[in-house]
Design a protein around this ligand. Sequence first.
Ligand SMILES: Nc1nc2c(ncn2[C@@H]2O[C@H](COP(=O)(O)OP(=O)(O)OP(=O)(O)O)[C@@H](O)[C@H]2O)c(=O)[nH]1
Ligand SMILES: [Mg+2]
Length: 429
Amino acid sequence: MTDTNAIVAQRVDSGTPATDEIRALATAAGYTIVEEVTQVRAEDPGTHLGSGKVEQLAARVTETGAEVVIVDGELTPSQSHGLQESLPDGTRVHDRYRLVLDVFGDQAGTRRAQLQVELARLRYDLPRMRETADAGWFNKRAEKGSPLYDAEDRIDRLETKLDDLPDPAEEFRKRRREEGFDLVTIAGYTNAGKSTLLHRLADELTLADTEPDHADRDATATIENRLFETLETTTRRATLDGRPVLLTDTVGFVADLPHWLVESFSATLSEAAAADRVVLVADASDPPDELREKLRVSLDVLDAQDVPREAIVTALNKIDLLDAEEREERLAAAADVAPSPLPISVQEGTNLDRLVGRIEDGLPTERTTVAMANVDEAMSVVSWLYDHANVADVSYGAAGDRVTVAFAARPSVVERARAKAAAVGGVDD
Ligand SMILES: Nc1nc2c(ncn2[C@@H]2O[C@H](COP(=O)(O)OP(=O)(O)OP(=O)(O)O)[C@@H](O)[C@H]2O)c(=O)[nH]1
Ligand SMILES: [Mg+2]
């Protein structure tokens, strides 16, 4: 964490400036905010803020001794440069994306996350380096040892390194999948309640939790630190209506997250692609337009990962914060972009049974029967099936010498049931 004084600057086209979110982000990145400067006007192509406002900002930087100016928005490389030139020497200018990268950087706990953040930073810095490079320097960019060459070279090497780096969590999931577990991934914007949902569902564990809780953060974290709380995927075992699944929590998306940044965290997104079901969690307490937009972006990201739409269950969380009219309004807004969104409150447990039902609906099942000789051991197979499958019917044939069980279960359970039946004298049906 840095301990640096910063001024927050925000420009809005119209309406009223609101700096809560950018302040929370800046604080999470370790900055002490000593001042804020806001403006309502059209964007200035050269310096983002209007020239009068930039002068005022420069004066405030001098008076407060702030080292950094944080602009709540995306600055083009030339705007960054233009703004920097207008501020006292040595003032650093960060935009919203740079800040997000700082927060990610501070919280990156594993080697993989650190490399991903470094890669994202370089992808962000590269066009800005090109912008500030003088012509002579720019022309030499192909030469080894020049900053641009080094940055491009490092990007290439980081991409290769990340491809080659074994991911223990991925290995774990792969193994479990081979053992026949269904995979359910929880995705969505930061702060939507994904981790809360994971814990809620995983709390209903009936089997021992086999994986260390590696990515859970300090429960005493301050409210500011809740943004991007999850930077590593966490997988827990959960039992949904008697069916064991692996539930994976993922890194939250952020508003206006540019694509290159999303791609830098594609390891987390590939979790979504590998899953049987994706629960897309949205914060229903966001204003309707924002809710709709966040869902749209989330669905785009999932589309880009080739997640089929049928595999997605959309949940509108935190409805405990809304009255009946607001709920209707949010549901209508969400339904514009995502089919049949389900209103839930993880905190109060509202509609979680319906959510579990919808998750289950899409999991692969096979309907079949096994038949066995009616011997004592056959009864233990029948009771095993009651524990692991959805048993529709048990019948004993006319002569009472055979047992036939009709059931539905995921393919791996079917396979195991067949093996068990064969071991106690299975007969062809
Ligand atoms: N009112 C209300 N708050 C909730 C509910 N579910 C979660 N929250 C709160 O929302 C905040 C964010 O929850 P998290 O579970 O950390 O969100 P997340 O989606 O994992 O966020 P990132 O890890 O940052 O992506 C926390 O303060 C939760 O207590 C809910 O149903 N109602
Ligand atoms: Mg989380």
